[in-house]
Design a binder for this molecule. Sequence first.
Ligand SMILES: Cc1ncc(COP(=O)(O)O)c(C=O)c1O
Length: 413
Amino acid sequence: MTQSTGRLPDSSFHGYQTNFMSAPQHARLGHIPPFDTEPSSPPIYQTTAFDIADLDVLAQLHTGEAKGHIYTRDSNPNRAALAESIALLEGGEAGGTFSSGMGAIAAITMSLVKAGEHVIVGRSLYGITLKLMARMEKNFGVRVTYVDACDVTAVAAAIEPDTRMCLVETISNPLLEVVDVAALAAALGDVPLVVDSTFTTPELIRPLEQGAAIVLHSASKYLNGHGDVMLGVAAGSLAQMKMVNATAATFGQNSNPFESWLTQRGLRTLPLRMQQIVSTTNQLAAFLADHPAVNRVNHPTLPHHATHEVAARLYPNGTGGIISMELKAEGKPGVSRLMRAAADIPFSPTLADSRTTISHPATTSHGFMTRSERADLGIRDELVRLSVGLESADVLMAELDAALHASLETTSE
Ligand SMILES: Cc1ncc(COP(=O)(O)O)c(C=O)c1O
């Protein structure tokens, strides 16, 4: 047997350098043998950093003369691909990817607002976003005014000379109140409107086209769509996204390559998934509204909903896959009976999985509030939220019908 020199013919390929002059070193293994074909789907660049030939190349990377990535917290090919995709889908000049939806919200807020300055925030935002704002107020001296984001006059009245941002969601959780993004943007003038479009996706609304400055998503939800990612994305102008991405790189709010890759893959089926979800959701909303075990259904397609008309005007392709309903059965025991009976529709404190899931806002997203704070927002213990998935409408109706009847059966307890 001849002794290997340890030297491989093409020692540099795909950026992974191997140049064994002596015995192979375990720490240096991992050379990818050369090949002349392109991968059919994007590879994952699961690497902390990128090797740089010398200081001249480093200087060129800094000036932009050479294209490349240096350190994954700053940039990475999978993150760059996803950022570009979200900018394209939202009609922004640039995009960004973050550790989670909350990472995106934190990076945006920290970029636009300084200590002592003022922000306007929708009062029925996702519970943890409200918690973040409360923390900004307490720990960092940001002044926050909470408003009903559906009331354009109230938002305009809240503007102060140093208001640096207004943050709203396209559709509120869990009462599904639709915000008129174009009217808000017009009323805010120079104050940047930041829109969390997690519930609606660019398939249903593109807030930047309606005057918003930045749009963001918890991509852990519909954009990825398979319940296996924690990630946030945002899009906006080049200048603003540069600032937001720099904040994220400094404060470690960046997404990782693998989850960026998974989300990118999810985007490929987004239009099909959203069409199916909207169609099933609209059928379920009508079915539940007539159900004898349900007091009230919150969904913008229903004529009694507070924002039915705005929704019909702004959302020709539907308002997404979330429905909430107040059970007739009293309190949390009724909700638990429903959950136990709906075994194939799991209780899961998230939304936008490929499966339909049930959630209970009073103990999950809004669990940190007092009962009376929740009551002020219209979130009672009997309120159940459904995130409609990709199952067939008939199967879901049959399962929900049985579970709703079970919610009224108190004799077995
Ligand atoms: C509307 C909305 N925005 C932001 C978030 C936060 O996203 P993440 O859980 O990815 O941090 C959520 C999470 O449920 C959400 O529903």
